[in-house]
Every structure is written in C-alpha cells, then in structure tokens.
Design a protein around this ligand. Sequence first.
Ligand SMILES: O=C(O)CCC(=O)C(=O)O
Ligand SMILES: [Fe+2]
Length: 203
Amino acid sequence: MNDLFEPIIDGILNEGYGLTDNFLTADEVTALASRLRQRREAGQFKAAGIGNQQVKVEQAIRGDEILWLDEGNATAEETAFLQRIGSFVDYVNQTCYLGLRDYEFHYALYPPGTFYKRHLDQFRSDSRRKLSVICYLNSDWKEADGGQLALYLPDAENNTERQVTISPIGGRLVCFESARLEHEVLPATRERLSVTGWLKTNY
Ligand SMILES: O=C(O)CCC(=O)C(=O)O
Ligand SMILES: [Fe+2]
C-alpha cells in the first residue's frame, strides 16, 4: 500500500496537493459508479448545501447532489472503498502525526452545467476536517468534457497564486489540506461522479 499512498503524501508536502491515478481499479470505478446511480434512482440523493449550521441549498454556489456513505448499510464495493481509506488514514498517522481519528464520505453527482464555486472545505465553527479527499468515478473522461477541479495554490514568495486544473478521471484521487487550499469545480458537459470526504481529528 505504501507505493500507493506515499506519492499522495509527498505531493501534499511538496506541491500543496497529492494525486494518484490508481487509487481505484477500472472495475472498482464501474462498480461504485453503478451503485451511485442505483442509489440516486432510488431517491436517496439530496441537493448539497453550504455551511454546517444552517445548511442552505444555494445553486449559484454549488449544484451537486450528494449522499453520505453509511458504514451500517454499505455494499461490498463501498466497504472496500472505506477500508482503503482506512488504510490511508493509518498510513498518514504513521508518517505525518496528524492525529486523524475519523472520516466521513459522500457520493456526489454534478449534473451537466453545474459547478461548485471557489471555496475552502473547513467550516469556520469546526476545525476537525484536516484533509480533503476526492476520488473520481468517471470512466472514459475526456479533457473536452470539462468538469476540472481547479486548485488555487498560494505562492508565498511573490504573493501570488497558481491555478492547477485536474480532470475527474475514474480511479484518480486528489488530497489536500482542508483549511488551506481554495478550490473550485468547473462545469462539465456530462454527469460528473465522485466520492468526496474528509479525514478528521477530534478537535
Ligand atoms: O469534486 C471535486 O473535484 C471537488 C468537490 C468539492 O470541492 C467539495 O465537495 O467540497
Ligand atoms: Fe471542496
């Protein structure tokens, strides 16, 4: 597993974000994507909100629909995903001493043309989210399909920032510090599927 996890941590420390294209196999991507669609067709998804106190649906800010994963009713492919995340958490704790204690993940589906405007993932009133993790479930994604994740990387030396855009290719995982890195989801021409979550401390 270290070969899989080490480049993610190296990326966060050296570039401000970590990325691997092999977090999930093509078969795992297909299985999770069909489960996502099945659960959405069963009416389990809700429009995503903003904030953590009075959660408001605000489509001018974000247009995705989400469903939180629940270990209690997880299917085999969902359990396998959460277990891999669990191993990643153990690895991070052994190498970075972040003291991660918990994680939470939701499926997300962005209908064509929807987006999530530039934001930070950490809430003002709650600093437990330490690392943001996004894993994409889109087979055959093309650059022209859009839907990139834009990261705004601060360049402390000359007080500027650099934008990096990442296509939501199936199996790819992106990870960054929730309190530090502003980011944005650009609109796509087709449905854009992912599992997104946060690795958390108790404080
Ligand atoms: O799907 C992505 O690329 C990012 C999602 C995101 O920023 C979020 O859910 O907070
Ligand atoms: Fe975000």
